[in-house]
Design a protein. Structure first.
Length: 204
């Protein structure tokens, strides 16, 4: 290969490399005894299903890690901002799975407020050396599309984002217990989607 063609190949490789890295944020590999904190509202708590059917409980079985369920039904993201630091200190997790903002969306809160609260929670984890995986919540409308704020925040902090699972689940009546909550089968699919992203991002 000539020097010119070799240089050209290197330039193509370098041009493609950033896009590949930025599209797939990575997480540190979890140790065997690592604890995961799943934090959020009723979608994390498992409302609409039995305690053993919540997505954190199912995720624990799928990953072999202890997953602490830090979900509080009815919680708004502003309250999550207040509650998270104490729980991080108590649990001392190796990873935070953040799924918040659903109640804000139902109440038609400003997307800017939700995004800012997510940022504060992500920074609270980062200050304690805890990496974050973000789960997007769909808007409560016919399209069930997550607001762009989740993708924006994920990109800003370069953290993995599970963007599609809840939209798919809440779009099927057979996977829901009511308008805004999955049933046991739905929560299992959410746990499987999160586990898949954990593997893709290098945590498992």
């Amino acid at each position: 290969m000539s020097a010119t063609r070799c240089l050209y190949a290197i330039l193509i490789f370098l041009a493609l490399l950033p896009a590949g890295c930025s599209s797939s944020p990575q997480l540190p590999l979890l140790g065997a005894d690592a604890t995961i904190l799943a934090f959020g509202d009723s979608l994390t708590a498992g409302s609409g299903a039995g305690d053993a059917e919540s997505y954190p409980e199912v995720l624990g079985g799928l990953t072999g890690h202890k997953v602490v369920n830090g979900g509080v039904p009815g919680e708004f993201s502003a309250r999550g901002v207040e509650r998270l630091p104490g729980l991080l200190e108590q649990v001392r997790p190796a990873l935070l799975i953040l799924c918040h903002g659903g109640n804000d969306l139902l109440a038609r809160q400003s997307h800017q407020i939700i995004a800012d609260n997510l940022r504060i929670m992500i920074r609270a984890a980062a200050e304690r050396g805890v990496p974050v995986l973000l789960v997007a919540v769909p808007s409560p409308d016919l399209m069930l599309t997550p607001p762009d704020l989740y993708a924006d925040v994920s990109k800003e902090f370069n953290i993995p984002l599970e963007r599609e699972a809840l939209s798919r689940i809440l779009g099927k009546s057979s996977l829901k217990s009511d308008y805004v909550h999955p049933n046991g089968a739905g929560y299992r699919l959410l746990a499987e989607a999160v586990a898949k992203l954990l593997k893709k991002s290098g945590a498992l």
